[in-house]
Design a protein around this ligand. Structure first.
Ligand code: SF4
Length: 165
C-alpha cells in the first residue's frame, strides 16, 4: 500500500476525476498508454514546449520549474479542470517538502493558448495536504469505489475496463 511520500501528481489528478480510477491506478492498472488523448498530450509536450525541462521528484514529475521557482504544467485539454490545479498544487507541496521555496504554479493551456497562475498560499498548502489524506483513504478501501455516471466517463482510459463487464 502506498504512503504519503508515494502520492504523485497522477494520484491527485485521478482523485479529482474519479475515485475508482485512483483506486485502480494505485493497484497497478495502467491502460493510459492505449488512450489517444494521453498520446496526444505526450506529443504536445514534446513538440510545443521543448524549452521545458521535466523535474523528477520521485513520486511525481512536473513539466518545468523556472528560475523564479514557479512550477509549469502543460495542459492539452481546452477544459479548465479542478484536477489540473490540484495536480500543480501537489507538485508545489512536494517541492516545499524537500525545502524548495516554491512560488506557485502556472498552467499552460494550448487551445486557446492561455496561462493561469496560482500562488502557493498557506490555504493551497492545506488543500494539498488534505488531498494526500483523501488519496490514502480511497486507496486503502477494500472494494473499488462505484463507477461514475456514463457521461462522466467519456474519454477515460479506463472506460473499457469499467463498462465492458
Ligand atoms: S471509466 Fe468512468 S468509472 Fe471507470 S475509472 Fe473512468 S471515470 Fe471512473
Amino acid at each position: 500500500m502506498i504512503t504519503a511520500d508515494d502520492v504523485g501528481g497522477v494520484h491527485v489528478k485521478y482523485l479529482y476525476h474519479c475515485p475508482r480510477q485512483l483506486w485502480l491506478y494505485a493497484r497497478g492498472f495502467r491502460p493510459e498508454h492505449l488512450n489517444d488523448a494521453v498520446q496526444l498530450g505526450t506529443a504536445v509536450h514534446e513538440l510545443s514546449y521543448s524549452r521545458f525541462s521535466p523535474v523528477d521528484l520521485g513520486a511525481a514529475t512536473l513539466d518545468h520549474l523556472d528560475n523564479q521557482l514557479w512550477v509549469h504544467e502543460i495542459k492539452h485539454s481546452a477544459k479548465r479542470r479542478e484536477a489540473d490545479r490540484a495536480q500543480a498544487r501537489h507538485y508545489c507541496h512536494q517541492l516545499v517538502r524537500i525545502g524548495v521555496d516554491v512560488q506557485g504554479a502556472v498552467l499552460h493551456y494550448r487551445n486557446p493558448r492561455k496561462t493561469e497562475r496560482f500562488p502557493y498560499t498557506d490555504d493551497e498548502h492545506q488543500k494539498a495536504t488534505e488531498d494526500i489524506d483523501r488519496v490514502l483513504d480511497i486507496v486503502a478501501q477494500a472494494e473499488s469505489p462505484p463507477k461514475l455516471g456514463r457521461t462522466s466517463c467519456r474519454g477515460c482510459s479506463y472506460l473499457d475496463y469499467c463498462w465492458s463487464q
